[in-house]
Design a protein around this ligand. Structure first.
Ligand code: PYC
Length: 334
């Protein structure tokens, strides 16, 4: 590798970063984004590491690379790049990417106000509202989401025995609700949540090997995120979360796939109805509006079609160089 330059546009969705690679991305081989994701991971993961990790990124950095659609009826295809890898789906990443792509003219939707986006996890229908140049909000109708398991147990070295559910919302989430050994996220710092999550995520995947595999795409597997819940800061919100992902990240946004998984869990338990909104707060108090749009099936089991709405702001243009002679060309994590 010599010296490569990537033209990136940086934004944040409700506090969490989104770096869109608008120039310099690789040509990928595959018939859809799931196959292209595998090709990227095999051949080009250095781009993700270089752009996401320090010194060019940080623990929470995430972003995307845009591609032409595989079906000409769709508007574009997306690869999500994060410190955690290449997620099959990312809600905050979608909201930020659409905001950047529309405001900066990277995508011209066939029907203004609506976008059909091919993600590795499937097709995502998106609506947005624009005033002048600014995209005010983005609402995505996410992939089918479902409760995968209830009342599982894991030993957390610091907290003791924890009970959790696992739900899918584009990624698999272990959802930890307040209980005997966990009073809710208001009693914990972000660092404490990261410390507990690192241990229990590994232990969950060891204790329940091959238990969480998407029925239609076996490249989507295992619990990748831990969603800890608690009372909202604003009493008019429905709930608050701290979503752990990657090695050291707590989502600053309310997490789109996490909100979808949370709604699938609550719907399955009869605590949320079709058409009902779920206002989800992030750890920093920013909000997404979630909604159960409809009920469906996936592999013969009940699932929901969730939507998630939020906003993003563009904050910079960034020509980022990855120089093969730089000892930290591929980034590092401490
Ligand atoms: O918004 O889906 C999301 C997400 C996943 C990881 C970080 N954000």
């Amino acid at each position: 590798m010599s010296r490569k330059t990537f033209f990136c546009i940086d934004a944040h969705t409700c506090g969490n970063p989104v770096r869109v690679v608008a120039g310099g991305g690789p040509n990928l081989i595959g018939n859809n984004m799931s196959e292209k994701r595998q090709h990227f991971l095999k051949e080009y993961d250095w781009i993700r590491r270089g752009l996401m990790f320090e010194p060019r990124g940080h623990d929470m950095m995430s972003g995307s690379i845009l591609f032409p659609p595989h079906d000409p009826n769709n508007d574009f295809a997306i690869l999500f790049i994060e410190t955690s890898g290449c997620l099959p789906m990312c809600g905050h990443g979608t909201i930020g990417t659409i905001t950047i792509a529309i405001e900066e003219g990277l995508v011209t939707p066939k029907n203004p106000g609506k976008v059909l986006m091919e993600a590795p996890a499937g097709l995502v229908e998106i609506e947005y509202q624009q005033t002048g140049k600014k995209v005010d909000w983005v609402k995505l109708v996410n992939v089918k989401s479902y409760l995968a398991a209830e009342n599982l147990n894991i030993a957390c070295p610091e907290l003791g025995e924890l009970t959790f559910d696992v739900a899918y919302g584009g990624n698999f989430y272990a959802i930890v609700d307040p209980q005997k050994n966990f009073s809710g996220i208001h009693d914990f710092t972000a660092n404490e949540i990261i410390q507990y999550s690192q241990v229990i995520r590994d232990d969950i995947n060891k204790k329940y090997p091959d238990r969480f595999i998407h029925p239609e795409n076996d490249t989507i597997r295992d619990v990748s995120h831990i969603l800890w819940t608690g009372n909202p800061l604003d009493p008019t919100s429905s709930g608050r979360n701290a979503v752990f992902y990657g090695e050291k990240a707590i989502d600053r946004s309310p997490c789109g796939t996490g909100t979808s998984a949370r709604m699938a869990q609550l719907f399955a338990k009869g605590k949320l109805q079709v058409g009902e909104q779920y206002i989800h707060e992030s750890f920093i108090g920013s909000k997404f509006i979630g909604k159960v749009e409809s009920v469906t099936t996936l592999d013969g089991k009940t699932a929901i079609v969730p939507s998630v709405q939020g906003w993003a702001f563009v904050y910079g243009y960034n020509n980022i160089i990855i120089d093969g002679d730089d000892p930290y060309a591929h980034g590092f994590q401490v």
